[in-house]
Design a protein around this ligand. Structure first.
Ligand SMILES: [Zn+2]
Ligand SMILES: [Zn+2]
Length: 321
């Protein structure tokens, strides 16, 4: 559970040399969850378990991308108080702590991208630390409440953020119950390929599905700053990566995002599939969300190639004169 510290200058804040110190004992539940992915080998395989795990993967991923990231961290669109709470719960089921903790750290990342102060920069502290070491530290267990005071005014968000174990527990029970009652509900034979059991769905969705979800998300902080293309000359190392974009529903267009952070859209071009934006667009059509921030045309076209072409044109013009 996270605690709120009042300011970055808080006396509780550790000195800089201890900032990277990993809290090995506190992270025991995290290791256990990672190891639990092998539980899929101890339950029966059915295609229904795989399908159900996928069906539970993408909504939880959207909880992170559509809410934790684009709403809570970047305020890229507006919505109602009840729907932002739905988002905090949905994102919480991805088991990456609470919305306020997640979004405040992400705001920090954009503020200090790839500088010494960046909390997860493969350039500064290496791949492992940017992938998962950073959130295992004592330092980053807390979050800076003044980074996210636009949302700390909602007690329900503060509550669910403080008790960040609550949603994962409910999700565990949900997985077990869906699997346990599935066959009886739809009159399916226990030996059918469409059959499920409670522990089977816990293994496939809560354990393996969550671990896969974790590493897809972590790759945005690590791999999307190392591997991919850089159409925009940002001051950081962010890259566009189609593979990460697929699994993270559009977050892999990370160079685009660092170039223009406030947009609800990360895939700037028509061929850069951004599933999160598509869902947000659909939700805006029915009025559940609104004021989606667009990407201005001049921003889309200000690529590194466009700048190089312009520089070359200017050089040619100068030579011609
Ligand atoms: Zn980044
Ligand atoms: Zn961001």
């Amino acid at each position: 559970m996270s605690e709120v510290i009042d300011s970055p200058e808080s006396p509780q804040a550790p000195e800089s040399d201890t900032k990277m110190e990993i809290d090995w004992v506190r992270c025991i539940p995290f290791y256990l969850l990672q190891i639990s992915a092998v539980s899929v080998f101890f339950v029966d395989f059915t295609w229904m378990a795989v399908i159900m795990s996928i069906l539970m993967f993408f909504p939880r991923m959207f909880g992170l991308t559509g809410f934790f990231h684009r709403y809570f961290a970047h305020r890229a669109y507006k919505t109602s108080r009840w729907f932002q709470f739905v988002g905090a719960v949905l994102g919480g089921a991805a088991i990456q702590r609470g919305a306020l903790w997640w979004a405040s750290h992400h705001r920090d990342h954009h503020l200090h991208s790839d500088t010494e102060k960046d909390i997860h920069s493969p350039k500064q502290t290496g791949f492992f630390y940017s992938h998962m070491g950073w959130f295992m530290t004592k330092e980053n267990y807390n979050f800076k409440s003044d980074r996210i005071k636009d949302f700390t005014k909602y007690p329900e968000l503060v509550f669910i953020n403080k008790h960040d174990v609550l949603v994962p527990v409910l999700f565990f029970i949900f997985c077990y119950c869906v699997g346990h009652f599935w066959n009886g509900l739809f009159d399916i034979e226990d030996t059918s390929t469409w059959a499920l059991t409670g522990w089977q769905l816990v293994a496939y969705s809560f354990c393996a599905g969550t671990v896969f979800l974790h590493h897809c998300t972590f790759c945005v902080n690590s791999l999307a700053h190392v591997w991919g293309t850089r159409p925009y000359k940002t001051t950081d190392t962010s890259r566009n990566n189609i593979l990460i974009a697929f699994f993270t529903m559009g977050e892999g267009w990370h160079n685009n995002h660092h170039h223009f952070q406030s947009s609800a859209r990360n895939g700037f071009r028509w061929y850069q599939i951004d599933a999160t934006y598509m869902i947000l667009k659909l939700l805006s059509l029915v009025g559940i969300v609104w004021d989606l921030k667009p990407v201005p045309k001049h921003v889309v076209h200000r690529t590194a190639q466009a700048e190089a072409d312009q520089a070359q044109q200017e050089a040619e013009n100068a030579t011609a004169v």
